[in-house]
Design a protein around this ligand. Structure first.
Ligand code: CUA
Length: 319
């Protein structure tokens, strides 16, 4: 019945979002009808000249009635909060088996890279009925990733990483828009999400020039850009080893701890002097302006591939 009122729905999240939207609309409409209806009844019944009893009401509002309607209102509010909050929390927690795609926004295009290194511009190929996690950052200003048919919208920020996920339920081509004003060609920062059957997606993926996967690109950058000069085992500088630190606590000066996640690694590369690792001299230079966002993503992927077991040096497999 409401299908035609709403934009096309093509993801698990879209169905949930629409349900909340319609639920709130129906609840609001019912309450509005009740209030307007009562106003009309009283306005007509007590109009000037009508013969009705105009004496003050006896004290008929009982305590039970008072408690009843207060409880009903609270219940309604708590229910709406729970409903919307649970959908919101779900929208932020991608399942662990999700396919990861790295997205870099720039004036004025979307660059995407699949985990096998396949790259696309302004297009995003994904399989149907599988969770897809987007790991996004911007190379310049704030953009916003918006796929109306998926009811998915997330800001994409410079110097930060944002994540979003979706599970498409239909094959087809869907609009991808930038929905944060980002300069002259903001309106033309358009793309397409192409949802394919799993077999077709696998064929598409294997037909792409593979390139290095992100972790291998990161490994190469790690030695080319001089990270390895200090951070590799056996270096004379004795910088902290990066093997096995992924998502583990890092002791900082002043008895504080950080978690070695993407944000921390990014900060350490761009502002190394801010949080110095306990027991080390603050000698690392900033790489701001020397590494772009895609390169930082690649180095992060490399450090992640080195694993989370301290002291265990994992080798990357061949791509
Ligand atoms: Cu990018 Cu608007």
């Amino acid at each position: 019945m409401f299908g035609r009122l709403m934009p096309e729905t093509a993801s698990v999240q879209a169905v949930l979002t629409d349900r909340i939207f319609l639920g709130l609309t129906i609840a609001s409409a019912l309450i509005l009808a009740l209030v307007v209806g009562l106003i009309l009844v009283f306005a007509i019944r007590f109009r000037r000249g009508s013969r009705v009893d105009r004496h003050p009401l006896p004290d008929i509002v009982s305590r039970e009635f008072e408690i009843g309607w207060t409880a009903a209102t609270i219940f309604l509010f708590v229910f709406v909060f729970w409903w919307a909050a649970s959908a919101q929390i779900g929208a932020y927690s991608a399942p662990p088996n999700a396919i990861e795609i790295h997205v870099v926004a720039k004036q004025w295009m979307w660059k995407a890279q699949a985990s096998n290194g396949a790259r696309e511009i302004n297009e995003l190929h994904v399989p149907v009925n599988a969770p897809v996690k987007l790991i996004m950052t911007s190379q310049d200003v704030i953009h916003s990733f918006f796929v109306p048919a998926f009811r998915l919208k997330r800001d994409v920020l410079p110097d930060q990483q944002t994540e979003a996920w979706f599970q498409a339920t239909k094959t087809g081509t869907f609009h991808l828009l930038c929905t944060e004003y980002c300069g002259t060609d903001h309106a033309r920062m358009l793309g397409r999400v192409i949802v394919m059957e799993p077999e077709a997606y696998a064929r598409w993926l294997s037909a792409q020039p593979e390139g290095d996967d992100l972790a291998h690109q990161g490994e190469r950058l790690f030695s080319e850009r001089g990270c390895a000069g200090c951070h590799a085992p056996g270096s004379r500088v004795h910088a902290p080893s990066l093997a096995g630190i992924w998502e583990r606590p890092v002791p900082l000066e002043g008895d504080r701890f950080a978690t070695a996640d993407a944000g921390y690694i990014r900060d350490s590369i761009l502002q190394p002097g801010r949080d110095v690792v306990a027991g080390y001299a603050p000698v690392m230079p900033s790489y701001a302006g020397l590494l772009d966002d895609g390169e930082i993503q690649a180095i992060t992927a490399y450090i992640r591939a080195l694993g989370s077991e301290p002291g265990v040096v994992r080798e990357l497999g061949t791509p």
